[in-house]
Write a protein that binds this ligand. Sequence first.
Ligand code: ADP
Ligand code: ZN
Length: 210
Amino acid sequence: MDVVTGHVGWIEVVCGPMFSGKSEELIRRLRRAMIARRRVQVFKPSIDVRYSNDEIVSHADTRMKSEVVDDAGQILTLTDPRTQVIGIDEANFLGPGLVEVAQTLADGGKQVIVAGLDTDYMGRPFAPLPDLLCLAESITKTLAICMRCGNPAKHTQRLVESDALIVVGASGLYEARCRRCFEPGIPAQEYLEFARPRIQARPDAPETGE
Ligand code: ADP
Ligand code: ZN
């Protein structure tokens, strides 16, 4: 969405599995907005402090300063009225309230760029991305590379046994898989026997929460 006249807002969504380049793409768009001298604010949920407390960080270690919020409503409170472009990473951790927040900001004339997982560890649509996809002006679906076979990957495979919807972590806990190699939910027993001792030995062993 490059050529726009007047004071009009909109929603852009970047979605896909883990490791598909969502954060990289979000950072790229926000950098371009900064080059265009637009006022930018960046938010991420406080649940995701895996790599940094005050930056969004991609798996390839590109970084951008961000503000941390406990819930979607806080984005509205923290948004400066002069801000023109708002980036939100890890939208899947912010829950259904993000839909109304994104709509309010876009209706108020702001460019809202949202990045997040579109499906969960079971392969199910992951709120609030499905609603945001319907309401957005622009949608980009990013694909990763399947760690089993090298094909384009649309799924996030959980490698540890847990029924919790949210288990925060990255490589070691999750990997990208294509449709054919994806094993929804609890992974195969033989993999668990291989992976569990290695994962438990890691300093960032899994944290769970709802
Ligand atoms: P996301 O935000 O979707 O989790 P990131 O933007 O943080 O993705 O990271 C994307 C980067 O991750 C890629 O540019 C690549 O360097 C790295 N990467 C690691 N594993 C994979 C994979 N299986 N497929 C694609 N990229 C991967
Ligand atoms: Zn595969």
